[in-house]
Design a protein around this ligand. Sequence first.
Ligand SMILES: C[S@@+](CC[C@H](N)C(=O)[O-])C[C@H]1O[C@@H](n2cnc3c(N)ncnc32)[C@H](O)[C@@H]1O
Length: 255
Amino acid sequence: MEMYNKPQHVEDTFTESNLSEYLLQAQWAEFVELKKAIMEVYKKKKSSLKILDIGIGDARILKHLFGIKELWDVIEHYNGIDVAPNCIDISNKIIKDLNIENKANVQLLDAVKLKDLNKKYDLIISTWFTVGNFYPIDFDFENFKHGDKMLTNDKFSMILKQAYELLNPNGELIIGSMYIDNDETRKKQENSYKNFGWTVTSNQKDCFTATKDGWWSQRFTQQRVYDYLDFIPKEKISFIPLDTYEFSMMVRIKK
Ligand SMILES: C[S@@+](CC[C@H](N)C(=O)[O-])C[C@H]1O[C@@H](n2cnc3c(N)ncnc32)[C@H](O)[C@@H]1O
């Protein structure tokens, strides 16, 4: 079962009052950087943008963009996908309530099948640690070996490769935030999950945090990003720190 199909998971992780300051402020920092990126891509294109949001969740980013007229006006269309029916229902309701069905829509789709969208976008975003949730296809939650260096991650690469291919020339792929791989970040992640009442099964040897009931979230270094995205020239990739304490970073990838 997908992590976000459990209503309790959605409740735990999407309710602001449940979130640590680290997670909450990562959302703010990410949004500030995202606004700059949107305007930069818009200025280059000189016409309104087609946006794809991979793992739209509860349509948080869409809601915040809608609230800022200057940003909403530069968007031609906002398309969201999610693998959890639960999240699609929540997002559909928001789109209906905001009365923006003409400009926004969501669909149930596993990002591993992204190319089925068969459309081109100016900006493809995947925000708030979503790409860290892409665990390897044959990952064994019950019985994984600690300390795997994870030099590859087939699901991560497969999804991001398809996303890159859906970009228009001058477009950008934006990994909104990723956890930076270090021990302090690991402990912060573990604390959050323990606060949600989840049982952590990974340890300090692992570059991800997993829980007993199927949560998975990877941490990254710049090298790990280059390794997983080896089909993209390095000079197209840039890293933006989102804080002063090595917790999270954004990755902007130019077509
Ligand atoms: C950490 S939440 C982020 C939600 C939202 N992007 C935000 O910024 O608030 C991750 C979201 O990605 C979705 N997701 C995870 N794996 C996915 C996949 N393979 N394909 C599509 N969506 C996925 C989850 O269901 C969840 O809604």
